[in-house]
Structure formats: structure tokens, C-alpha cells
Design a protein around this ligand. Structure first.
Ligand SMILES: *[C@@H]1O[C@H](CO)[C@@H](O)[C@H](O)[C@H]1NC(C)=O
Ligand SMILES: *[C@@H]1O[C@H](CO)[C@@H](O)[C@H](O)[C@H]1NC(C)=O
Ligand SMILES: *[C@@H]1O[C@H](CO)[C@@H](O)[C@H](O)[C@H]1NC(C)=O
Ligand SMILES: *[C@@H]1O[C@H](CO)[C@@H](O)[C@H](O)[C@H]1NC(C)=O
Ligand SMILES: *[C@@H]1O[C@H](CO)[C@@H](O)[C@H](O)[C@H]1NC(C)=O
Length: 675
């Protein structure tokens, strides 16, 4: 009986948190960056002592002048000269891209001398929200997915609401707690206030009497629907922050803090709607806003449970390799391992170096799977020789450092060059680069546990750079650096101002990062790390399938865009693009390849929809007829063809004369023979 109770207690403590052992130390030497901005310009002083977010939905508001707009669903906001501008963005789409256009429809400020501080202050932030202050007068609760923008007026001041359009009509209710504002661009906005507010209109400006309290603004997308009644009904309960809780495997729970009366109304994106498995929330199918991410739909409830598909993280192929194929794979393995030489590494870039490490680690796992372990000692030695210098700080020409100002790893080459290591020093692409290293570390720790134990602190430092779950001044890294807990995928772009917000290109490299971390959890016997890595792997996959994979006939994006593109190139907060950072839209094999590499056991989960895989391959194949297409990129097209036509794919793969730097013939054959 006692044993059962103890087991239950252990299990419940495991379920209560899947935070991989948080550590308050880092193993990398302090670095001095000459390219990072000073966070104290925008973050309030009490936040500066903790690690700060670098790849979030509000990054534009905390770098440069903080004046570039950001998307908080369903509105875009911009803060400049103590004015907050609000836009319900219009959508544009053609065959090259789909984006949304910021127009300052409503501008909120105060009429007061002296004016508030010129710069806004981030006074707090959470997984799903940002609190922005124009000190000492205004506070905006920018909670993602709220159909209302909420502004708290902290002192008795007159408000000014200015619009770039003409005000056609302006209608208060009897109590002066609700005003309908009809604009010349056909938009109807509703202003709600917590207590009566006297507003007068002068041309396209609305001025208030002195006021203290809460006002909320909402666009009424369809004036002739029941949406106005819904907005009225939920106007008194406003969210101030929102957190994601990690309590059970393959699920997260949103919980908002709110004030006021009544139930909380928020909007769900298309992926939320697939994952929301919660009888305690009510979905309002008819309450909808448009967005570049697809329709946003009303949900009533102050917490939602989101459940995703379990993904089993495995070292080897999920369904096994055909025995008959072993000799062919072994032959390739022998050749690939013969070519390993750690003394002549062709690169010192953290990205390309990591890819070579991970490519080699695959060879050890393939050797295990086809029972040809003779090659493993050489692979092990190569992995040791190439990984150790990065972990113990002896790598010549580059290496990992710790930046104290934001709280994160930077590279030596990225510490004085914004573009060094693809911007690693401004927190770009951390999951991609580190993910490849983690893959190598996981495999080496598996085949050489003593090595794993020795380098465990360094391995965890790297992983925690982008997978810390906790928050606080005693931690070294910000919470889930790359992962967006509202969109449920990662952003690769770090501290760089972009008109279209954060972006990510390769979803498969993002999947690799969380998957490699889960493998590391297996190697180190750390079930919490396995659980967190597996959960984020699953979510990143679901998001890729929702927003990057463009299936024929899908209505998520514009018809012309959908006809022309089977996969998104770069996905931005405000835009879907057909080009890549490194290739034009016509080079479709690049677009396919960058969403498939590296080829791993989990790749079959990412491309579990074989009908879609076929559409993508048939769309990309004509591109291979161009002059000078690289063998490596051809290989990815053939690999994906292998999920639905193994024989043809195999014929083509056997004829390839080269492979991507992160790939090998051994890996290609292993992939095909495990289909
Ligand atoms: C920031 O503001 C200054 C002064 O107004 C201006 O010169 C500069 O171009 C702005 N920088 C950006 C990135 O907008
Ligand atoms: C406001 O922001 C600018 C950068 O855009 C910075 O140079 C200036 O020092 C800031 N002012 C204050 C009071 O923080
Ligand atoms: C799509 O629209 C943009 C902006 O108007 C334009 O620059 C681009 O050429 C258009 N693409 C196509 C294929 O028409
Ligand atoms: C490194 O050495 C191996 C084996 O000696 C050789 O096959 C390979 O081409 C070399 N690579 C480079 C980049 O020089
Ligand atoms: C990194 O490698 C490149 C090319 O291999 C070389 O030109 C460069 O000098 C190296 N950088 C450092 C800092 O060693």
C-alpha cells in the first residue's frame, strides 16, 4: 500500500512539472557583445535582473526606437511618441506572398502637459501578453487574441482618440459607457468604458473629459451580425496577462488573469481550434476576425486545455529497416565513415559545424540499426574530437560565450558582427545551430555514457539556452527562447527590427532541435526533458502542417498563393512569403529541402500526410530540370518521394553523386529502406 502511494506521489510530481532540471549556472565564459542593444531602454528596471526574451511577438517594441508595429491578433499596434496606434490589418495576397497591411485606424494618446515619457516601458510580460506603459498616465494590456484592446488610464487626464479616416458617425449609449464610431473606410469601432466617459468629436478627433478608469476598443467586423451583442456581453471582463502551464504530457494549458465582471472572451487561431480539448470552454463559431493565420474564432473561458498528438522520440527508425537492404547500407556506411576526418573540418561556423556533427552522429545510429557496429568507434572518436572543443572553450576561431545583458549564449563570431553565424549573436537561429550540436551530444552520450556524464553540465547549458521553462533572476536563460506559446511554433529571428515581425524559415530544423533535446533526455535518463522535448516537437510539427504546408485546395491563404505555392518559404508574423533567405521562389527544391532537412526518424511524422508529400514533390520535381541543380537538394526531393513511391525514389537516390553537407548516402538509404 505504502509503495503504491509513493509511486502515485512520484508520478504526480512528474505530471505537475516537466521542467527539465533548471540550473542556475552556465558553463560558458562571459562574453562581451558589441552588437546587442541595451535592454534598459524599454524594459522596466525590475525586469532587467532576469534573463529577457529575445525572439517574441513584441521584439519590435524593445529594440531600435521601439516604433515598429507588432501583431497581437487580431490587431496590429504601433507605439510612437506616446501614442498607441491600433490597426485591424487588411489582407493582401497574390502568387508571391500573402500579408497584412498596417494602417493606423485609431490612435490613442492623452492631452496633457507635460507629455508622458517619450519612450514606452515594458512593465511586465507573460507567455501570452505584454503590458506597455506610457508613464505615468496610460497602461495597455496587450493580450494576444483579445478582440478588445484594453487601456487603463492611471491618472485623471483627458484622452485623445484620433483617426486617419473621417468619422462618419459617432453614437453614444445612454450611460455614455459605449460609443460606436463609424469611419469613412467602412470600419465600425466600439469604445467601452468602465465608468461613464464624456466624449466629443471634432472632425476626425475625439476628445474626452478628464477620465480615470479602463477603456476598451474593439472592431466590429460585421455590423449586421450578432457580433455586437457578443462584444457587449463580454466587454466588462478584461485580461491582463496569460500563462501557459505545462502539467501533462503532450498538453499545455492557457490561463489568463483577468479583471472586471463576467466571463473572458478570447480568440483562437486555427491550430488552437484543432487542439482545444476542453469541455469547459465555449466556442463561438460565428464570432470571427480575419488574420494572415486564418480565421480567429471566439472562445469563452479563462483557461483552455490544448492537447496535441503524442510523438514517440526514438533513436532508430520507427518501423525498422528492411533486413535485405543491410548490405547496401553497410557498404555506404563504410565509405561514409572512411571519409570522416576531424582534423580537416571545412568550417568554423556554428551552423555548418553543427550540421557536420549531427550528420556523423546519424552514422552511429544507422550502424546500430543495421547491426554493423565496427564503424562506431571511429564515429565516436570523430564526435569527441569535434564536439569537445566547443564545450570546453578551446575551439580556435569561434566558440560559445555567455551574454549577461539579455541572458543567453552567443558565439565569438557573433559577438562583434550582427551577421556572424547567421546572427547567432543577436539570438537568431539558436535552436537550429544548438539543435545540431545536441543531436551529436545525445548520440555520443548514448554510445559513450562516461563521456556523457563528464560533459553533462555543458550539454545542459546548451539545451537550456532555448529550453528553460522557469523564470527568474536566479536562472541564466529566458523561458523557451524561440518557442511562441500562442502560435505554438518557433521564431528564428532574434533582436532585429522587421516590418513583418519575427520569422522562421526551416520548420524541420526547429523540429530537429526539440527532438534532439528529447533524445538527450533519453541519453541522460531525464524523463522531464524527454517530455518537454517531445511536446515541443509535436507542437512544432502541428504548426508546420497548419501554416507552412500548403495543401492543394486549402482555403487558409489566398487562392492564387495556394495555387502557386505548395509550401511557404519564410513565414513571418505578418506575412507568408514564397522566397527563401537564400533562394528565389522558382528554386522549389530549396523550399522543399529546407522544410525536410535533416532527415531523421521523426521526419516521417512531419510528413505523415502522404497525399500532401506527393503534391509537394510533384510541385518541386520540374525545378530539378534546371541547369546546375545541386545533388544535395535533389536528394531531399527524392527522399520525400520515397514516402509514397519507394522504388522510383531509390533508383534516383542510387544515381546521386553527392549529398547535402548534413546528409549522407548512408542516411538516404536508411531512410528509403525504413519507409
Ligand atoms: C530612430 O530615431 C532616430 C531619431 O528620430 C532616427 O534618426 C533613426 O533613423 C530611427 N531608427 C530607426 C531604426 O527607425
Ligand atoms: C528613448 O529611446 C531612445 C532609443 O530609441 C534612447 O536613445 C533614449 O535614451 C530613450 N530615452 C529614455 C528616457 O530612456
Ligand atoms: C505581388 O504583389 C507585390 C506588391 O504589389 C508585387 O511587388 C509583386 O510583383 C506581385 N507578384 C506577382 C507575381 O504579381
Ligand atoms: C578531409 O579528409 C578526408 C579523409 O582524409 C577526405 O576524404 C575529405 O575530402 C577531406 N575534406 C576536406 C574538406 O578537405
Ligand atoms: C574561420 O574559417 C574561415 C574559413 O574556413 C577562415 O577564413 C577564418 O579565418 C576562420 N576564422 C577564424 C576566426 O578562425
Amino acid at each position: 500500500m505504502l509503495i503504491i502511494i509513493i509511486i502515485l506521489l512520484l508520478l504526480s510530481s512528474l505530471l505537475l512539472s516537466i521542467d527539465p532540471a533548471t540550473t542556475t549556472t552556465t558553463t560558458f565564459p562571459d562574453g562581451h557583445s558589441t552588437v546587442l542593444p541595451d535592454p534598459s531602454t524599454f524594459f522596466s528596471p525590475n525586469l532587467i535582473s532576469s534573463p529577457l526574451p529575445t525572439n517574441t511577438f513584441f521584439t519590435n517594441l524593445i529594440i531600435e526606437n521601439g516604433t515598429q508595429h507588432e501583431y497581437i491578433h487580431p490587431y496590429t499596434i504601433k507605439s510612437s511618441h506616446s501614442t498607441l496606434s491600433l490597426s485591424y490589418p487588411s489582407l493582401f495576397s497574390n502568387s508571391s506572398f500573402t500579408n497584412q497591411i498596417f494602417t493606423p485606424d485609431i490612435n490613442i494618446s492623452i492631452s496633457q502637459n507635460p507629455k508622458p515619457n517619450r519612450n514606452h516601458t515594458v512593465s511586465s510580460f507573460s507567455d501570452l501578453s505584454l503590458t506597455l506603459d506610457f508613464k505615468p498616465f496610460l497602461r495597455f494590456f496587450l493580450v494576444r487574441g483579445s478582440p478588445y484592446l484594453t487601456c487603463q488610464v492611471l491618472q485623471n487626464v483627458p484622452l485623445i482618440i484620433l483617426t486617419g479616416h473621417n468619422i462618419i458617425n459617432f453614437v453614444p449609449n445612454g450611460l455614455k459607457t459605449k460609443y460606436k464610431i463609424f469611419l469613412s473606410n467602412n470600419q465600425v469601432w466600439i469604445l467601452y468604458s468602465s465608468t461613464p466617459i464624456g466624449l466629443t468629436r471634432k472632425a476626425s478627433t475625439i476628445v474626452s473629459e478628464t477620465f480615470r478608469g479602463v477603456i476598451r476598443l474593439a472592431l466590429l467586423p460585421n455590423p449586421n451580425s450578432g457580433m455586437e451583442q457578443v462584444l457587449d456581453k463580454f466587454s466588462s471582463c478584461y485580461p491582463v496577462s496569460g500563462h501557459a502551464l505545462f502539467r501533462e504530457s503532450f498538453s499545455i494549458e492557457y490561463r489568463w488573469k483577468s479583471r472586471g465582471l463576467g466571463d473572458l472572451l478570447m480568440l483562437a487561431n486555427p491550430l488552437h481550434l484543432k487542439l482545444v480539448k476542453d469541455s469547459s470552454v465555449k466556442i463561438l463559431d460565428e464570432f470571427k476576425y480575419q488574420s494572415v493565420d486564418g480565421e480567429l474564432v471566439g472562445v469563452v473561458g479563462s483557461s483552455w486545455k490544448l492537447k496535441t498528438d503524442p510523438v514517440k522520440v526514438t533513436w532508430h527508425s520507427i518501423k525498422g529497416v528492411e533486413k535485405d537492404s543491410y548490405p547496401e547500407i553497410v557498404k555506404a556506411l563504410v565509405e561514409d565513415v572512411k571519409g570522416l576526418d576531424s582534423s580537416n573540418m571545412s568550417t568554423n561556423s556554428s551552423y555548418f559545424y553543427g550540421k557536420l556533427v549531427a550528420r556523423t552522429a546519424r552514422l552511429a545510429l544507422i550502424a546500430e540499426e543495421v547491426e554493423y557496429v565496427d564503424v562506431i568507434p571511429k564515429v565516436r572518436q570523430y564526435l569527441k574530437d569535434t564536439i569537445e572543443p566547443w564545450l570546453d572553450g578551446t575551439f580556435v576561431g569561434n566558440g560559445f560565450l555567455y551574454d549577461k545583458t539579455w541572458g543567453g549564449i552567443i558565439t565569438r563570431q557573433g559577438s562583434n558582427d550582427r551577421m556572424g553565424d547567421f546572427g547567432f549573436g543577436i539570438f537568431n537561429d539558436h535552436h537550429f545551430h544548438i539543435g545540431y550540436f545536441l543531436y551529436g551530444i545525445a548520440v555520443l552520450a548514448k554510445i559513450d555514457p562516461a563521456w556523457g556524464e563528464k560533459y553533462r553540465p555543458q550539454a545542459y547549458s546548451l539545451m537550456l539556452d532555448f529550453m528553460t521553462l522557469g523564470k527568474g533572476s536566479d536562472l541564466k536563460y529566458t523561458r523557451l527562447r524561440m518557442f511562441d506559446l500562442w502560435k505554438l511554433h518557433s521564431w528564428a529571428a532574434g533582436l532585429n527590427e522587421f516590418e513583418d515581425g519575427r520569422n522562421q524559415e526551416s520548420t524541420s530544423e526547429a523540429v530537429n532541435a526539440y527532438y534532439a533535446a528529447a533524445l538527450m533526455g533519453l541519453a541522460y535518463d531525464d524523463p522531464r526533458l524527454v517530455a518537454l522535448g517531445s511536446l515541443l516537437t509535436s507542437l512544432e510539427i502541428r504548426a508546420a502542417q497548419t501554416w507552412w504546408h500548403v495543401k492543394e485546395g486549402s482555403t487558409l491563404y489566398g487562392a492564387e498563393f495556394t495555387r502557386t505555392n505548395r509550401v511557404v518559404g519564410i513565414l513571418w508574423q505578418n506575412k507568408r512569403e514564397s522566397v527563401l533567405w537564400f533562394a528565389p521562389a522558382e528554386q522549389k527544391e530549396f523550399r522543399l529541402g529546407i522544410q525536410l532537412l535533416p532527415i531523421l526518424p521523426v521526419s516521417e511524422v512531419l510528413f505523415s500526410d502522404h497525399e500532401y508529400a506527393k503534391q509537394l514533390v510533384e510541385w518541386a520535381l520540374p525545378s530539378l530540370k534546371r541547369e546546375g541543380v545541386g545533388e544535395g537538394w535533389k536528394g531531399f526531393v527524392y527522399a520525400l518521394e520515397g514516402v509514397y513511391d519507394k522504388e522510383n525514389a531509390l533508383k534516383k537516390i542510387r544515381k546521386l553523386t553527392g549529398h547535402d553537407d548534413g546528409n549522407s548516402l548512408s542516411n538516404m538509404l536508411w531512410w528509403i529502406f525504413s519507409r
